[in-house]
Write a protein that binds this ligand. Structure first.
Ligand code: CDT
Length: 301
């Protein structure tokens, strides 16, 4: 058995004026709880450190850049990294990244249990739009503020397992899962910020949105024989509700832990990486069963 105890550290809402330091203090409370529950790895949401700022239209470059981190760890997040190192807990954390070249990405990093960064992922599937959309109930300007990720979907050896990352909307695309599945991924970790309402279809219920999120995560996990940890930033941010529903899913596609609130909440599960082996060697033995001669159109325009 290769057991990893995983924590999904769902975060409640973060308001516009809330400082990184205040958010990090909340993250450390969840980290301490995770330590008490024996976690080896704790996963935080997409853009963990701030409110979900792509809902705001901004033109001023300095105002935009204020939402981004120039390095990781940095002054605000160092206490989290320090405490995680002391507790020997690996971290997965999403944040807005501003590179030295001036490029902006929606990014997530993975550390090992010493706090060293072993993997970086930049969100590939950016939802929403880049121009102000008067037809929407609220804006979702990821295409304005971020470049599409340029690092692909690699996997990393960490804690004696193959780990992969995606971010939020990536979970709805089977390609994200399959690219990591083809590299033998055993644990996919990611965060999300999903509005509780559809900005383009009033009346769409929360139940349907939670269902679609769970559906794609369970399917992705099953079809690639991998564990998955999906962690929300939830609750009401500045009058804009984000859904919760953080889950841990096993390689058979079953939910084994699920958040019950829209606040700061830790979910945990003991995940045996060897539970992925049966699926990978039987129904989802890609080398034996895939028929790639028919798959060309998937990568064509
Ligand atoms: N953050 C993020 O990617 N959210 C999207 C919302 C899509 S609506 C424009 C999601 O897929 O959950």
């Amino acid at each position: 058995m290769r057991e990893i105890t995983v924590g999904g550290a769902q975060m409640g809402p973060i308001q516009k004026a809330e400082s990184r330091e205040a958010v990090v203090a909340r993250m450390i409370v969840l980290l301490e709880a995770a330590a008490k529950r024996g976690c080896d790895l704790v996963v935080y949401p997409e853009l963990t450190l701030t409110t979900f700022f792509p809902r705001y239209w901004m033109d001023d470059e300095a105002e935009i850049d204020a939402w981004f981190e120039r390095e990781m760890p940095n002054g605000a997040t160092k206490p989290l990294f320090d405490r995680a190192r002391e507790l020997e807990i690996a971290l997965c954390l999403g944040y807005a990244e501003l590179t030295p070249e001036g490029d902006h990405y929606n990014t997530q990093i993975l550390t090992d249990r010493t706090g060293a960064i072993v993997g970086k992922y930049r969100k590939v599937h950016l939802p929403g739009h880049s121009e102000y959309d008067t037809e929407r109930a609220f804006q979702h300007l990821e295409k304005k503020y971020f470049l599409p990720g340029d690092l692909g979907f690699p996997v990393w050896r960490n804690m004696d397992a193959w780990m992969g990352m995606m971010i939020c909307n990536d979970r709805r695309w089977p390609e994200s899962w399959r690219l990591m599945g083809l590299q033998g991924v055993e644990l996919v970790v990611f965060g999300y910020n999903t509005p509780s309402v559809n900005s383009q279809m009033g009346g769409e219920g929360l139940e349907k949105r939670l269902y679609h999120s769970e559906l794609v995560i369970c399917a992705g996990a099953y079809q690639n024989a991998t564990w998955a940890v999906a962690v929300a930033k939830a609750g009401d941010e500045d009058g804009h509700p984000l859904m919760g529903g953080s889950i841990i899913v096993d390689p058979n596609g079953f939910v084994v832990a699920k958040a019950q609130t829209e606040g700061d909440e830790l979910i945990t599960a003991v995940c045996d990486m060897d539970a992925t082996v049966f699926g990978k060697e039987t129904i989802f033995d890609f080398a034996r069963h895939r028929r790639i001669e028919h798959y060309g159109p998937i990568t064509a325009q």
